[in-house]
Ligand binder design. Structure first.
Ligand code: PRT
Ligand code: ZN
Length: 286
C-alpha cells in the first residue's frame, strides 16, 4: 500500500495560491518550495508536479499525472479526454466578448465578418459555430485587451474577472459566453488504489468546501418564539437548544448557509432572537 497519487498543479500564477490554500485546509502540506518540478506532500500519499496550467490537461490525459487542478476554461480549450471530478470554488471568472466602449453591440450577429482576438481559440470557434457566425479568429497569447485599441481586432474574447482591464482599455463586456472556476480533473483510467486515494481526497475537499459555504450560528431566543426561530435555522439535523440561566430564554446553536445568510439574520432578529453570534466552521462532515 505504498501507492501515491500524482497531482499536477500550477507552478506559479493565479491558481497557485488558491490551490495551495485548499490543499492546506485538507491537511496536505507541500514541501520543497516553488523551484522544482516535483514536490512531496505531507499528510497524504501524494506527489505533486508543478507545471504551467496549459500543460496540465496533457499530463493528466497521458497518465503522467493522475489528477490535476486548473481552470475549467483551460480544460475546455485543450479538449483532452479527462474527467472533471468537481468544481473547487476559487479562481472564478468568465469568458466574454468585449468591444470598444463607443460601439453599439446589436446582438451576436454583430460579430459576423469581424476580427476577434483571443487566447482561447477553440472555445471561441465552438461558440461561433454553435451560433452560425462566420468571423476571423486572431489567436494571441497575451495582452488581448490592447488589440482593438491598436486596430488589430474589432472585438476580443477573453477572461474577465473584476472588469478593470476592460475598463482601462476602453472596452465593454457585451456577452458572457461561459463561466469558469478551478476544477479537479482526473485521468480516466486510474487503477483501484489510485481511485481509492482520489475518493479520500474528494472527501476532504468536500468537507472543506461545505465548511466554507456555511457558518455556525449561536443566539438567544425567548422560549415562546422557539418554534418560529427553529424553522428559520433548521441546521444539519435540528438545532441544539440549551436552557439559559434566565427564566423563559434559551440558547440555540445551528448552521446557516452563506447564500441566504443576511436574509436569515434579518428574519431571526424580527422573530425576537438576540445576541446572535456567527463563527466560521473549519471542517464539515455530514
Ligand atoms: O504560467 P501559466 O501558463 O501557468 O499561467 P497563465 O498565465 O496561463 O494563467 P494565469 O495564472 O494568469 O491564470 C490561470 C487561470 O486563472 C486562468 O486559466 C483562469 O481559469 C483563472 N483566472 C481567474 C484568471 C483570471 N481570473 C483573470 N482575471 N485568468 C486570467 N485573468 C486575466 C485575464 O486574462 C485578463 O487579462 O486578468 C485580466 C482580467 O482581469 P480583470 O480583473 O481586470 O477583469
Ligand atoms: Zn497558461
Amino acid at each position: 500500500m505504498n501507492t501515491k497519487i500524482t497531482l499536477a498543479i500550477q507552478k506559479s500564477g493565479r491558481l497557485n495560491e488558491g490551490t495551495i490554500e485548499l490543499l492546506n485546509r485538507c491537511g496536505i502540506k507541500i514541501s520543497n518550495g516553488n523551484n522544482h518540478l516535483k514536490a512531496l506532500a505531507e499528510g497524504f500519499p501524494m506527489e505533486v508536479l508543478l507545471l504551467r496550467d496549459d500543460d496540465i490537461p496533457q499530463y493528466v490525459a497521458d497518465g503522467v499525472a493522475d489528477i490535476g487542478i486548473l481552470g475549467y476554461n483551460e480544460v475546455l480549450e485543450k479538449g483532452k479526454d479527462i474527467e472533471v471530478v468537481r468544481q473547487l470554488g476559487f479562481s472564478r471568472c468568465r469568458l466574454s466578448i468585449a468591444i470598444p466602449r463607443d460601439v453599439n453591440y446589436s446582438g451576436r450577429q454583430w460579430l459576423s465578418g469581424k476580427r476577434i482576438a483571443t487566447s482561447y481559440p477553440e472555445i471561441l470557434k465552438k461558440f461561433l459555430n454553435q451560433n452560425a457566425i462566420d468571423a476571423d479568429i486572431h489567436t494571441i497569447s497575451g495582452s488581448v485587451e490592447i488589440t482593438p485599441g491598436i486596430g488589430m481586432a474589432d472585438a476580443i474574447f477573453e477572461i474577465v474577472s473584476s472588469g478593470g482591464t476592460l475598463l482601462s482599455n476602453n472596452l465593454k463586456e457585451v456577452d458572457v459566453i461561459m463561466k469558469s472556476e478551478a476544477v479537479l480533473v482526473a485521468n480516466k483510467s486510474l487503477d483501484e488504489q489510485k481511485s481509492e486515494l482520489l475518493k479520500k481526497l474528494e472527501f476532504r475537499i468536500e468537507a472543506v468546501l461545505k465548511a466554507q459555504r456555511n457558518k455556525y450560528i449561536l443566539l438567544n431566543a425567548p422560549k415562546d418564539k422557539l418554534n418560529q426561530i427553529i424553522s428559520l435555522i433548521p441546521g444539519m439535523k435540528s438545532p441544539t437548544v440549551l436552557p439559559l440561566a434566565i427564566e423563559g430564554w434559551c440558547s440555540l446553536h445551528s448552521v446557516v448557509n452563506e447564500d441566504d445568510f443576511w436574509e436569515v439574520i434579518g428574519r431571526l432578529k424580527d422573530a425576537g432572537a438576540e445576541g446572535i453570534l456567527v463563527v466560521p466552521i473549519e471542517k464539515m462532515v455530514i
